[in-house]
Write a protein that binds this ligand. Structure first.
Ligand code: SAH
Ligand code: SF4
Ligand code: F3S
Length: 458
């Protein structure tokens, strides 16, 4: 029997795909093991969006090649990097046996059966109707509603790795959701590179397909308690999405709307297809329909040609919106993208220095926004405690990470009311409250002294 282990880099799409391939492996009779050492088939699910994740894959594959010399081990590479010439060169160098691009995941069975090197790089239609079994024992799950991307942001490799956009049918999405509900899932995150363009593939509205706003309403009627989604592209964001969000109780009022830059000149070179003004209009629409909306964004610092004035406009836009959180990236030139080919990279020190300044701004805003939550009640989905630390970790409806001490009557995973007592820029801390608003008593904490005491008595 094959003992398989998958290591995942990259975004939630990749996590979803790891689950998909793991469930295929199980249905083929493989055993999933928890570490590389126990496995005789190791698959690396790769990301190519920036240089760093590529470097990590390189060093892991180097390591695995060494292990191959000492024991029976089949090494595979899947995901975005696998689709690129760059990734295939790496695969050859490190003697990778199995290579599966993001569109060929269902070839895993053929790959396992093959006695020679197996490379699957074709986009197969079956993938779009494929419904992986629900993850077991999880309250939160991802659900991919579309694959690929039709945009051509000049810095981005994703359209090359994941191909053009293909939306899944609402029927297939709702069937998958039904399975998740039956397995006890209470929060679902709808995934796509650009969920606002759902149902509009390669520029054409697909006959009979709902818009993203309509899909939100459909999913909202399924009985799932919390719905989140990522990512929204501002260009395809329409007011009816904000309205559908506000009118669908299950949809969390959390919006992740990547702006990338606050300067129109930079947005133009990025080919983002919206202006700073248009973006701010969308923010105003969101706030009009959801005054309490929690806002997150992605920002790329040091895009080629970014001047001090351009960067200042990004900082100003940050203040104008007042984001709750942000993913901030230093521009990373990716071979195969237009910006790599046509524009010169800025000096490393300049990019790093700007990132530092942006982080200061982000920390300040996140600190203020989180501090305003102190004293409020948040509905928090707490995951099971993996580390037996006496604490439970989870997320609010606004996607804030929250930590609470385990409490009597609420010491396992679930959705709880939490009164926030303390906040840092990255975390909310609180206590679980009972149905009547009373604080539940904390479980006795296992302190080092408590552990050491019986030993000292011996
Ligand atoms: N489809 C999503 C994001 C996909 S990639 C969207 O358009 O919103 C996730 C984030 O990585 C992007 O939002 C961008 O901020 C960042 N990113 C993509 N390519 C990058 C590059 N070459 N260098 C640095 N950051 C990059
Ligand atoms: Fe990349 Fe742009 Fe597509 Fe997002 S929308 S994946 S940034 S090309
Ligand atoms: Fe990375 Fe591919 Fe996701 S490049 S960010 S894993 S879409």
């Amino acid at each position: 029997m094959v003992r398989a282990h998958i290591i995942t880099y990259g975004c939630q799409m990749n996590e979803y795909d790891t689950h998909l391939v793991e469930s295929q492996l199980v249905s083929l009779g493989a055993d999933l093991v928890d570490s590389i050492d126990e496995a005789d088939f190791v698959l690396v699910n790769t990301c190519a969006v920036r240089g760093k994740p590529v470097d990590k894959v390189r060093s892991l594959l180097g390591n695995l090649r060494k292990q191959k010399a000492t024991r029976r081990l089949v090494v595979g590479m899947m995901g975005c990097l696998a689709q690129l010439e760059e990734g295939q060169q790496i695969a050859r160098k490190f003697e990778v046996d199995v290579l599966l691009g993001p569109g060929s995941l269902l070839d895993i069975g053929a790959a396992l059966e093959s006695n020679t090197r197996f490379w699957g790089l074709h986009f197969k239609d079956e993938l779009h109707d494929h419904i992986p079994p629900a993850p077991q024992g999880k309250l939160q799950a991802h659900l991919t509603i579309m694959r690929g991307c039709d945009h051509h942001c000049t810095y981005c490799i994703v359209p090359t790795t994941r191909g053009p956009q293909v939306s899944r049918t609402p029927d297939s999405i709702l069937r998958e959701l039904g399975g998740l509900l039956a397995a006890g899932v209470r929060e679902v995150t709808l995934l796509g590179q650009n969920v606002n363009a759902y149902g509009i593939d390669q520029g054409a509205k697909l006959a009979g397909m709902p818009s993203f706003a309509e899909l939100l309403r459909l999913v909202g009627r399924s009985g799932i308690e919390r719905i989140k989604f990522t990512t929204s592209h501002p260009m395809n964001f329409t007011e009816d999405v904000a309205i559908a969000m506000s009118e669908t109780p299950a949809v969390c009022d959390f919006v992740h709307l990547p702006v990338q830059s606050g300067s129109n000149a930079v947005l133009k070179r990025m080919a983002r297809e919206y202006s700073r003004e248009k973006y701010l209009e969308h923010i105003a629409q969101i706030r009009r329909h959801m005054p309490a909306a929690v806002l997150a964004t992605d920002i790329i610092v040091g895009f080629p040609g970014e001047t001090e004035d351009d960067f200042q406009q990004t900082l100003d836009l940050y203040d104008e919106v007042g984001y709750d959180s942000a993913y901030m990236f230093i521009y990373s030139p990716r071979p195969g993208t237009p910006s790599y080919k046509h524009f010169a990279d800025l000096p490393r020190e300049l990019k790093t220095e700007r990132l530092q300044r942006l982080i200061v701004r982000q920390k300040d805003w996140s600190g203020r926004k989180n501090a305003a939550k102190v004293g409020t009640y948040q509905e928090v989905l707490l995951r099971g405690d993996a580390h037996d630390s006496g604490f439970l970790e989870g997320h609010s409806r606004g996607n804030h990470p929250v930590v609470v001490p385990k409490a009597v009557g609420a010491d396992t995973a679930g959705i709880y009311r939490v009164k926030i007592g303390h906040a840092t820029p990255h975390m909310l801390y609180g206590n679980i409250v009972g149905p009547g608003g009373e604080a539940l008593p904390e479980l006795p904490r296992l302190t080092p002294e408590a552990v050491a005491a019986p030993l000292m008595m011996l």
